[in-house]
Design a protein around this ligand. Structure first.
Ligand code: MLT
Length: 258
């Protein structure tokens, strides 16, 4: 496998055990700001931009989940951290599961936010590849106009997300869509994850049905579910305080476990 990580840009705040907060598609590290302010006294929070997003470079190849996991590993190595708690939102949750599978010894804890272990169904894969083709043809605005209302019901947050998405580059979005379409089924990996894992799900998530999170939490030996009735796909922006509480619980479990 020829895998060449890129050097991710990141922001760091707080002190304590290292916790990576990683954004989903097609966003950047700023989505964690409301949560980071309240958690900074309990953990050293490291918020990277995934390849191609925010300030991080892209290498113009398909963003396979394994590749995203390698980027995160390279960052963790660069920071000389032996183990981290990795919190991944949506696409970064897919990458976090790939990381857990490839590098179990580098994990102290895991957070899976608005994500799933299931791969795309054949229909979803076709639809995603069609979206990739349309994005290539029509540009970033196609995603920036269509996606925010699927991410959240809150009009203010939709506006904020539109701005974040408009900063993306077309090729980056296409690379991510293709990477998500080809991702593996992570279900067989779940029972091998032995670290405390919080699964955070919004009951109003329009992209990932909450049942997927319920099943995932059941399959994890040290997993538990935090279901947020009023949240959609963006609980860290919609209900930041509840996400802070859930991550605080994770920090506490990881502290007892190590
Ligand atoms: C994300 O929010 O990262 C993606 O929308 C997830 C997906 O499309 O499967």
């Amino acid at each position: 496998m020829n895998i060449k990580p890129v050097e991710l840009e990141y922001e760091e705040i707080g002190q304590g055990m290292p916790m990576l907060l990683v954004h989903g598609f097609p966003l950047d590290r700023t989505i964690w700001n409301p949560v980071a302010q309240d958690l900074k006294d309990e953990a050293r929070l490291i918020m990277p931009d995934l390849r191609g997003y925010g300030a991080s470079p892209d290498a113009n190849e398909i963003h396979s989940m394994r590749l995203l996991a390698e980027d995160l590993l390279a960052l963790i190595d660069r920071l000389k951290l032996e183990k981290v708690t990795l919190v991944g939102h949506s696409m970064a949750g897919y990458a976090a599961l790939a990381f857990a599978h490839a590098y179990p010894n580098r994990l102290a804890g895991l957070g899976l936010v608005a994500t799933q272990a299931d791969p795309d169904t054949p229909e979803r894969r076709q639809a995603r590849l069609l979206t990739a083709r349309e994005t290539k043809r029509r540009g970033v605005k196609y995603i920036a106009d269509g996606m925010p209302s699927k991410l959240t019901h809150d009009p203010e947050i939709q506006k904020q997300l539109h701005e974040v998405i408009m900063k993306c580059r077309t090729a980056v979005l296409v690379n991510s869509l293709k990477g998500m379409a080809e991702r593996s089924d992570a279900n067989p990996w779940l029972e091998m994850i032995s670290v405390p894992t919080v699964v955070i799900a919004g009951a109003r998530d329009q992209l990932i049905p909450v049942e997927r999170s319920q099943t995932m939490a059941q399959m994890l030996s040290k997993g538990w579910l935090v279901e947020i009735p009023e949240a959609g796909h963006m609980p860290m922006l919609e209900t930041p305080q509840l996400v802070v509480d859930a991550l605080r619980q994770l920090i506490c479990h990881v502290g007892k476990h190590i």
